[in-house]
Design a binder for this molecule. Structure first.
Ligand code: BGC
Length: 739
């Protein structure tokens, strides 16, 4: 291969650029890339397009023109479903059911591979604590252990034991690393934390996904220890390659190599290319730095050909592993694509996962709904197929069943609907200011956003007050004892570049809920959102609250299953709910501080004057239509096991999630108040009791010490078992030896 051919293998573009965009038509920063027509056609991989027919033709045209028979790799953001859209990953986390997550990921891989894709930019293993950040929807939550289980399950589902096999795709873990902790929850913002925090909390989930065999890793936009991830040797070389022995391909995030200049760690394209290559960054996504700089860097002796070859070999190995040299289109098959995408079996799996991920936050004797009298249904999600949230790749909202349709099947003419439009959340005041010249948006990025998510026509438009609409709803619902209100945030307020400082429901939504409550109705609040919202101001006005997240293609059926009681809710929160925005970040696995707020009389303790420290709803929390007790904690003499008796104390069958937490009471560095170390989802008949046993391992007691060594320190530990992170039964044990 010539040097230019190598550089282009290391470049990823959009296919439109390869075939439909002459260099003369490139705009914005893309213009500076100086690609020739020929070069544009020779990038080694493309992103963001799928469809068996389209990709087969693209591959054939590419190979026809290519000097060397090296096929293109096709990658895309299949984040929570291809055509069958799954509940958002945050909801998947609430299922505490990695097996079902893996089964669903396998179904996704079947659809995506039949549609010609080779790699998906998923799972996202970023740990999240700040719901102001729009991308919390793409994560499975605030816990390193749960995230690790979910990320690994997703990788297993996509790849099976070999991503080259039929019906499988390669997984790309992202965003390495710690993208989930941007200051102030503002997307792309600075990340800065101690090495210990990084190691103990933020890295474990990526490591689990690497252990599960993920073929690729994507770098993140942020800095870690003042160095952007994309050229961060600590992350990419020392930790990922050397410690974790990752042999796969590393790709940058979108234009992140070029952005090294904005970060002020590269003076020019040459330096950006040099630093990324030295860190071992194999594929550059959507900027032309490698193509523009490698030749000159080599001539100046700033890089070696060996470094380039190492990257290129990794890329070619991936192509080989996927069988592309023999079969460049892998599983692309129009007929199969038609059969599998959105098929009944996949919808059924998605429905199960959506149900398991919904969390019943409150229920005062109203759910499941009894069939006496008409039921009211209102709010922006009542009659729409827009139940996906961002990153819903090929999901078709037009074809998706709406809640009204699903509920009508149950209640027929007994269902009374009220207008939905006025209660949308798009009532944010216009706070957008003119960007300063340094912050001016990158026009190149528009290409990307346009491809990925059609933006709303008027994002900052304030909706007028709607007293009439509230009056009208009250009038329509005058004979309804129970009213279901769908509320939350619009789909487009979730995902990338969707940070917010106001997490309350729209004023019109709050008014409607309050008015129905004041009129003596039983209010069932269905919360559609990609993040924990600030629902404290309205909580007292709702008799029941079901957090349904963005539930996906089978979402309406899943909600209906729960409302009617055909399915007993069993989801448990994967992220704490704040009492207000000022309390963020609020998460369960925090440190104790020197002045913990234990004594309400003690003024000089770590507390707020105007708000408790505890969350509104804690991690691990979730109600059911039955009740459970968890008691009788027993720890083996040698501390090798911990068990508890879990009983269904109510009157119907149900499932719950039994959670094991551990606290290291005293160690060489501070340790969290509790950390999830195991969980078990169990089903119990009414009145049934079972013993749940967890094995305690050295790994569960271990952490990174000041010397960055992984291990555990003998001493006292609190071992706790419970049904959420706050209500646990615990015992203090002294451990000096463990298997
Ligand atoms: C996002 C990634 C995504 C990539 C490709 C970026 O803007 O941060 O998560 O995989 O675009 O679409």
């Amino acid at each position: 291969m010539t040097l230019e051919e190598k550089a282009l293998q290391m470049t990823q573009l959009m296919p439109d650029m390869l075939y439909h965009l002459a260099p003369a038509n490139l705009t914005g920063p893309l213009r500076q890339w100086h690609f020739t027509d020929e070069q544009l056609r020779c990038a080694g991989s493309v992103l963001g397009r799928s469809g068996a027919a389209y990709l087969k033709k693209l591959q054939a045209d590419y190979l026809k023109d290519a000097r060397l028979p090296i096929p293109l790799l096709f990658m895309a953001d299949v984040i929570h479903g291809y055509e069958t859209i799954l509940p958002i990953p945050l909801a998947q986390g609430c299922s505490f059911d990695p097996e079902l997550v893996a089964e669903n990921a396998a179904a996704v891989a079947e659809e995506a591979s039949a549609a010609g894709l080779h790699v998906t930019f998923s799972p996202m293993a970023d740990l999240v604590r700040d719901p102001r950040w729009g991308r919390v929807m793409e994560s499975s939550g605030e816990d390193p252990y749960l995230n690790g289980q979910m990320a690994a399950a997703t990788v297993r589902g996509y790849q099976g034991d070999d991503p080259g096999k039929k019906g499988k795709i390669a997984a790309c873990i992202k965003h390495f690393a710690a993208y989930g902790q941007p200051e102030g929850g503002r997307d792309y913002n600075t990340v800065d934390m101690s090495r210990g925090m990084l190691r103990d909390f933020y890295l474990p989930a990526y490591r689990e996904a690497v252990r599960a065999g993920a073929a690729m890793v994507m770098t993140s936009f942020n800095t870690v220890e003042r160095v952007p991830s994309t050229c961060n040797k600590l992350l990419l070389d020392r930790i990922l390659r050397k410690e974790w022995d990752f042999k796969g391909v590393v790709i940058s995030d979108y234009t992140a190599v070029e952005e090294l200049m904005n970060h002020s760690v590269a003076a020019d394209t040459l330096e950006a290319g040099e630093k990324s290559l030295h860190a071992g960054m194999d594929i550059e996504m959507m900027s032309g730095v490698y193509a523009a700089s490698l030749q000159e860097l080599l001539e100046q002796g700033r890089i070696t050909e060996e470094e380039i070859d190492t990257c290129v070999i990794r890329i070619l190995e991936l192509k080989n592993r996927l069988g592309l040299f023999e079969n460049p289109c892998k599983d692309a098959d129009e007929a199969l694509e038609g059969q599998l995408c959105g098929c009944r079996e996949h919808l059924e799996l998605a429905r199960k996962l959506a149900r398991e991920g919904m969390v019943l936050l409150k229920n005062e004797d109203v759910l499941p709904l009894s069939a006496d009298g008409p039921v009211g249904l209102a709010g922006p999600f009542a009659d729409t197929g827009g139940l996906f949230g961002e990153w819903s790749y090929m999901g078709n909202r037009e074809k998706t069943r709406t809640l009204r349709e699903a509920l009508e099947e149950e209640y027929g003419t007994g269902l009374v609907t009220a207008m939905t439009e006025p209660f949308r959340r798009d009532d944010m005041p216009s706070t957008a200011e003119e960007p300063s010249p340094e912050e001016a948006p990158d026009p190149g990025k528009n290409v990307h956003t346009e491809q990925k998510s059609p933006s709303p026509d008027a994002p900052f438009r304030r909706r007028p007050d709607v007293p009439d609409a509230v009056e009208e709803a009250l009038e329509r619902f005058r004979h309804c004892r129970v009213c279901i209100v769908t509320a939350g945030e619009p789909e487009w307020e979730t995902g990338e570049a969707a940070s917010k400082t106001d997490l309350r429901l729209g004023p019109n939504q709050e008014k409607l809920i309050r008015a129905l409550h004041d009129a003596g109705k039983k209010v069932v609040l269905l919360l559609f959102s990609g993040r924990p919202l600030d629902i404290a101001p309205i909580l007292d006005a709702a008799d029941a609250v079901l957090q349904v997240w963005f539930p996906g293609s089978a979402g309406a059926d899943a909600v209906t299953d729960i409302l009617t009681g055909k399915y007993n809710p069993s989801g448990h929160l994967s992220m704490s709910f704040p009492r207000n925005v000022g309390q963020i970040p609020v998460y369960y696995n925090c440190y104790n501080t020197g002045r913990p707020a234990l004594d309400p009389q003690s003024h000089f303790s770590s507390r707020y004057l105007d708000c408790p420290n505890s969350p509104l709803f804690p991690f691990g929390y979730g109600l059911s239509y039955t009740t459970f007790s968890c008691h009788g904690l027993k720890i083996a003499q040698d501390a090798s096991t911990a068990s508890a008796l879990v009983k269904n104390t109510g009157s119907r069958r149900g499932e719950t999630v039994v959670q094991l937490y551990i606290r290291d009471v005293s160690a060489s560095v501070v340790r969290p108040l509790k950390e999830l170390k195991g969980f078990r989802r169990i089903a119990l008949e009414a009145g049934e009791e079972t013993e749940v046993t967890f094995r305690i391992t050295a790994d569960m007691l271990s952490f990174y010490n000041e010397e960055e060594q992984w291990g555990w320190e003998p001493g006292e530990f609190d071992i706790m078992i419970g049904l959420d992170s706050q209500q646990t039964e615990g015992q203090r044990v002294s451990i000096s030896v463990i298997s």
